[in-house]
Design a protein around this ligand. Sequence first.
Ligand code: ATP
Ligand code: MG
Length: 394
Amino acid sequence: MKFQLFLIKYAEIAVKGKNRYIFEDKLVSQLAQKMQRVEGEFEVWKTSGRIYVKALSEYDYEEALDALKHVFGVVGICPVIQIEDTGFEDLSRTVVEYMQERYPDQDLTFKVMARRARKSYPMDSNELNARLGEAILNACPRMKVNVHEPDVYVTVEVRDEINIYTEVIRGAGGMPLGTNGRAMLLLSGGIDSPVAGYMIAKRGVMLDAVYFHAPPYTSERAKQKVVDLARLVAKYSGTIQLHVVNFTDIQLAIYEKCPHDELTIIMRRYMMKIAEALAEKNGCLALVTGESIGQVASQTMQSLTVTNEVCHMPVFRPVIAFDKQEIIEISEKIGTFEVSIQPFEDCCTIFVAKHPVTKPKLSVIQHSEEKLTEVMPALMEQALSTVETIVVEP
Ligand code: ATP
Ligand code: MG
């Protein structure tokens, strides 16, 4: 069965008043942008509490549906048949044809759910339900009615035009991108940070990303893996500017001058500082990391506190309370898992101590960092002035 039109459902209850228009307009523009990447021509528009996506040309149904499933703010996607109101007989015939074509083996129970948004329609919804149900039963003898737990709800929406659909395909949920500012994601090659980025983007936040690499200790291939992950996240978050920071000299300086059991924590503090500087430069209002309490030595409560101390911006850690398995489940759902588990070194693992501190004290760490006061300003400056920015399109 071929559909030319999708009805887009969104969480209208959550947003009221003026915000609702902002929400809807952003959603329309996000849908339009997304469909531009799909082969074929599409039109997106909104009318009285409904958003539609219409194919104006030949197109691939699965490709279009996949694109729609990646748009935040969409709760449900309904492939619909839309007809003009040319009288009940025509409506009834169309509904019957729809059911016959869509469910040729007829082996199902159904319930008609008519909604009369246009009150001037000559039948009320109860009458529509009864008469359309009867017409389906007459034409499709193997179908049965079940008003409590039907296999299929046959929705018939009477507006200026009439929509007929039975399928509501689950959307990505969340808020449309652009309704909630921009944040800087610290994106490593691991499992957690792409998931963290996805979760924040889901709340309507656009993303930049920063990756710290340490050539020649980390390879081009490790960097490419991060680009690949950014591209997968961008399927949801839209284009990501990925800022690649050369972190080698800073790591070597820390390695040379600071106690080795404190390397990771000090390194993480400098990562946060640089990320924040880049965030400010690029109009981001917050940082995002994939940290989770207790996952590794650098993510104990004490370590997180010491890391956080250098930040002035809020740091969002959406997976903070998630078990690894729960994070993995999301990474599988959004399609980043397979890339995340590719075995490439990352810059943290190379300089990592055998027994890193798990309960760092801020005063002790600050004392160790004093040994860097002479070299660090120039190294930070250099790291920031040599950033390579890669525009990662979905
Ligand atoms: P992930 O699976 O996201 O790599 P992880 O469990 O390996 O996380 P850490 O290596 O301790 O944890 O890093 C914690 C967080 O710090 C990451 O989720 C990420 O946000 C950030 N981070 C770590 N290394 C880098 C890096 N090389 N570049 C950018 N961000 C990083
Ligand atoms: Mg990591």
